[in-house]
Design a binder for this molecule. Structure first.
Ligand SMILES: Cc1cc2nc3c(=O)[nH]c(=O)nc-3n(C[C@H](O)[C@H](O)[C@H](O)COP(=O)(O)O)c2cc1C
Length: 304
């Protein structure tokens, strides 16, 4: 019998631990046109802000050996336009859609979260890897700034909320704990890491913004470290692992380290149907390990 892939993430029941990561599947419906979304437990739409953000000038993405850099600047149409387009689309999709909120202050996050829910999303991620307008650095670099965003969003919506943190967060366990105390239902670990590349032929950075976000296989040990450390320190934390996953074996590593589900991003850009392959590979890995279900291996990492 094939292993049971369903997982529980707090109050959310997911038919599969695989989730499509924000920013790599557009607003989900575009991607659903070219990929079989039924193998996913959920798909997260691109982050959206209270008002339209134009994003950074080109070039905004670049390959860099293993993985890629992006410096899109979270281009998005603003929540009002997003809701107009997505409200009719969400019920037509064969996958639960999660929203992702981004803003410069806690009130902005709350406004976006509320409207995402009105558009029909099942859960809301708070993209805390964006600059806090008051302090100038990423929300997730500060436990108090992160907690302020989570509690503002918590007061605005009743659906499950996930706090998505940067792997560059200096004290990730403290920030994760503060998010959970403030009412986050789960953590998403992690977003992209700061990265930089240049082209020796032009002497210019690969991205117009210089420093950008690094994603893909090279990110895996960094994000996996975040999952492992947070899971070890916070035994009740519900975690979605994310960073560099491109195979069923990668998924198993995240689950064992402490994640209850995982997000896959960059691999979908090169291989839109990667979810089907990774799902098959996960099945094989679980059978090989003698596990009847995904739940059997979550947080099963042993110490030496
Ligand atoms: C082109 C691109 C755009 C992204 N946009 C967003 C975004 O809008 N919001 C967000 O929370 N994460 C965004 N991310 C981060 C991904 O959701 C994911 O956390 C990260 O890429 C690490 O996973 P991966 O190595 O599987 O890609 C983006 C990533 C890429 C590559």
């Amino acid at each position: 019998m094939a292993p049971d892939l369903a997982v529980q993430l707090g109050d959310l029941r997911l038919r599969s631990p695989l989730i499509a990561a924000s920013g790599t599947v557009g607003s989900v419906w575009e991607w659903a046109d070219v990929a079989d979304v039924s193998v996913f437990g959920a798909a997260v739409a691109k982050s959206v802000a209270p008002e339209e953000w134009p994003g950074r000038p080109q070039p905004r993405v670049a390959p860099t050996g293993t993985g890629m850099l992006n410096g899109i600047g979270i281009q998005n149409p603003g929540i009002a336009a997003w809701v107009e387009k997505m409200r009719p689309a969400i019920p037509m999709l064969d996958v639960p859609v999660w929203g992702s909120a981004v803003a410069g202050d806690p009130e902005g996050f709350a406004i976006v979260a509320k409207q995402l829910v009105e558009a029909g999303v099942t859960a809301v991620e708070l993209n805390l890897s964006c600059p806090n307008l008051e302090e100038g650095h990423l929300f997730s670099f500060s436990d108090s700034a992160s907690a302020a965003v989570v509690s503002a969003a918590r007061g605005a919506v009743n659906v499950p909320i996930g706090a998505k943190l940067s792997p560059n967060t200096p004290e990730i366990v403290e920030v994760a704990d503060a998010c959970l105390q403030a009412g986050a239902d789960f953590l998403v670990l992690t977003n992209t890491a700061f990265g930089f590349g240049l082209d020796p032929e032009t002497s210019r950075p690969l991205l117009s913004g210089g420093v950008g976000g690094y994603s893909g296989p090279g990110l895996k040990p960094i994000s996996l470290r975040c999952v492992y450390e947070v899971a070890q320190a916070l035994p009740d934390a519900k975690i979605v692992g994310c960073g560099g996953i491109s195979s069923g074996r990668d998924v198993v590593e995240y689950l064992m380290a402490g994640a209850s589900a995982v997000e896959i991003g960059t691999v979908l850009l090169a291989e839109p149907e990667a979810g089907k392959r990774i799902s098959r590979e996960l099945d094989d890995e679980l059978s090989r390990l003698g596990a009847d279900s995904v739940s059997d291996i979550i947080r099963s990492v042993e110490s030496w």
